[in-house]
Design a protein around this ligand. Structure first.
Ligand SMILES: [Zn+2]
Length: 228
């Protein structure tokens, strides 16, 4: 991010990293904000999302030409808009094997993966919690050989989402003009806003103001009737 950046911080409130990725462009207040405008943006977003380990990010930053990262950011934006139209087309029904051919663009990215497995030390937190049976764990790691490997954790998040979540739970925030998506995990599908603190409160304030205006108007009207 540039130092004169006036954008608000990127939003991570969708309840799933793949939907947070969709929200990397959006209208949280009144104008459209693009959080993946260039390569530096993409790196920063991936790090905030926890999708690229800091050491890998440092290596990629050190080894890439600026134009290379910008080109990957452009590919990420294409992937994002492909995913957005897929979600919008499919959120009213569950996916079947007939949707498979539509997922080819995603599978083409996934097949480039250079992932490998390794036994590593379990994170200090998990070990300290005492819940783990072993101090070691089996983890999938990735060789970040080329800049376009930055698309892989995003593609994984999307693949994971499409195969494990119910698309009918994807909603858009009800507070206009907010355009953010989220996954409604409540039992009665009751979640209405991207975030209670942002849009939920704004919606409540708007409702309160509308009620107040209505009350003032009817008080004014009854005063007029009494006077006549
Ligand atoms: Zn919202």
């Amino acid at each position: 991010m540039a130092t004169n950046d006036t954008r608000p911080p990127a939003m991570f409130l969708a309840g799933d990293p793949s939907l947070d990725f969709l929200n990397s462009i959006g209208t949280p207040v009144d104008k459209v904000v693009e959080w993946l405008a260039d390569g530096q943006d993409l790196m920063s977003w991936l790090e905030q999302a926890g999708l690229v380990p800091p050491e890998a990010a440092a290596t990629i930053r050190a080894n890439c030409l600026p134009g290379e990262l910008d080109a990957v950011a452009a590919q990420a934006r294409v992937l994002r808009e492909w995913f957005r139209s897929f979600v919008l087309a499919h959120r009213s029904h569950s996916l079947t094997r007939h949707s498979l051919h539509e997922l080819e663009p995603l599978n083409r990215i996934l097949e480039r993966d250079d992932a490998y497995g390794a036994i590593v030390a379990r994170s200090v937190d998990a070990a300290a919690a005492g819940s783990a049976a072993s101090a070691l764990e089996w983890r999938t790691l990735r060789r970040w050989r080329t800049p376009d490997s930055l698309l892989l954790p995003i593609a994984h998040a999307i693949a994971n989402f499409l195969t494990s979540e119910d698309l009918s739970r994807v909603k858009s925030c009800e507070k206009s003009p907010c355009t953010l998506f989220f996954l409604d995990r409540t039992r009665g599908l009751a979640r209405r806003w991207c975030s209670m603190t942002v849009c939920g409160n704004r919606a409540k304030q708007a409702l309160f103001r509308a009620r107040l205006k209505r009350r003032q108007r009817s008080a004014h009207r009854s005063k007029k009737t009494k006077a006549s």
